[in-house]
Design a binder for this molecule. Structure first.
Ligand SMILES: [Mn+2]
Length: 376
């Protein structure tokens, strides 16, 4: 090659690299620091998906700032924005999940933050209707990668735990009855009669709708798969003296793993039990942050001491990456009771682990198995 040709070639290369103003602007201003930019989950692209039906995504974060179905501390309506703020150190730039061997933000899936479902805080019957319609709308969008599945998947940021009911209603219409893996200190299959002030005038659509009865409602509505749901992390006090709450729970098709079981079964033993229980069914992971010990997650509605560590919870989720996962939530983060953002940080990290699982599993019965993705 003649020297002049080489010089011309180099000059052309430099010219091409710096020629467009867009290139220069992207290089200078295109990436955020963790602390700059507006607060979407993990700095993801955002869209007001509920009013833009043509927006495509494979996985979406959706905030549901609703907390008027709590039985103790309110405040989880501020959970979505607290989790988003605590997720700021996550981004596609440094998003590789070393435990899982993928970067969920740079893999096959288009993941976006769909903002919030606006829900009334003054009328729970209307609120439940609004949430149900919102979830149906979000699940009706086309996916960006149809070869990986034609139904998008949602990770809900709550909100109190009642927000799982409208999500399950919307999922049932698509997948049929859903198998729920429920991480929680509490059963949440309580009969409405177990609560005070259970007046006969209560309407099923509002008076019975609480953050402790919604799985009972889900079972009553036929949304749950028979004998395949499972709780994990239980340590709640019970009514009565004969474990009748457990009997009520079993009738609704749930198996139970207590919080203390981790001492004998270990993370791996619990993962094995859950995987055997749920099989290939369409699975929904519902994660109440109160499953974590209040020492690591104090900012929540109904704290119970003696819980799991965040490291154990991450290990459990990493072990569940091969499931047919069709939806998930992180609920009950109540930032007014938080300290130094620790509860919201736990919520943000656990959401990231769930997103990782969604990228690793394809929910049309097809699992994305790669031998390099060793778990646990
Ligand atoms: Mn709960």
């Amino acid at each position: 090659m003649k020297l002049s040709t080489l010089v011309l070639g180099l000059a052309a290369g430099v010219y091409a690299k710096s020629s467009t103003k867009q290139d220069v602007l992207d290089a200078r201003f295109g990436s955020d620091w963790p602390f700059s930019g507006i607060s979407t989950f993990a700095h993801l692209e955002t869209d007001r998906c509920l009013v833009n039906p043509n927006t495509k995504y494979d996985i979406a974060l959706i905030g549901v700032p609703f907390d008027t179905a709590v039985s103790y501390r309110p405040g989880a309506r501020f959970g979505p924005r607290a989790i988003r703020a605590a997720s700021m150190r996550q981004s596609s730039l440094r998003g590789f999940n070393a435990r899982a061997g993928i970067n969920p933000y740079k893999d096959w899936a288009k993941i976006i933050d769909c903002q919030d479902i606006p829900v009334t805080p003054v009328d729970n019957k209307l609120a439940l209707h609004q949430m149900t319609e919102g979830f149906k709308e979000l699940l009706s969008h086309d996916t960006a990668s149809p070869t990986h599945g034609r139904v998008p998947r949602l990770v809900t940021l709550g909100g109190d735990h009642s927000i799982v009911l409208p999500h399950l209603r919307a999922l049932k219409q698509i997948h049929g009855p859903i198998t729920v893996i429920h991480f929680d200190a509490h059963l949440d299959t309580w009969l409405p009669s177990k609560y005070p002030s259970g007046w006969a005038e209560a309407e099923a659509g509002s008076g019975h709708f609480t953050h402790g009865t919604m799985f009972w409602m889900a079972h009553t509505e036929g949304l749950l798969a028979e004998d395949s749901c499972i709780h994990a992390g239980l340590r709640t006090r019970l009514s009565g003296t004969d474990y009748e709450d457990y009997a009520d729970d079993s009738k609704q098709g749930f198996a139970r793993i207590s919080c203390d079981d981790i001492d004998t079964m270990g993370v791996e033993g619990i993962v094995d039990t859950i995987v055997k229980r749920v099989g290939d069914n369409p699975v929904y992971i519902s994660l109440d942050i109160d499953v974590i010990d209040p020492g690591m997650a104090p900012g929540t509605g109904t704290p119970e001491v003696g819980g799991w560590t965040t490291r154990e919870m991450i290990g459990l989720l990493r072990g569940l990456s091969g499931l047919n996962l069709v939806g998930a939530d992180i609920v009950e983060v109540s930032p007014a009771f938080d300290n130094a953002e620790i509860t919201a940080l736990a919520g943000a990290q656990l959401a990231y682990e769930i997103l990782t699982n969604m990228v690793l599993s394809r929910h049309d019965g097809e699992t994305h198995v790669d031998p390099s993705h060793d778990e646990l």
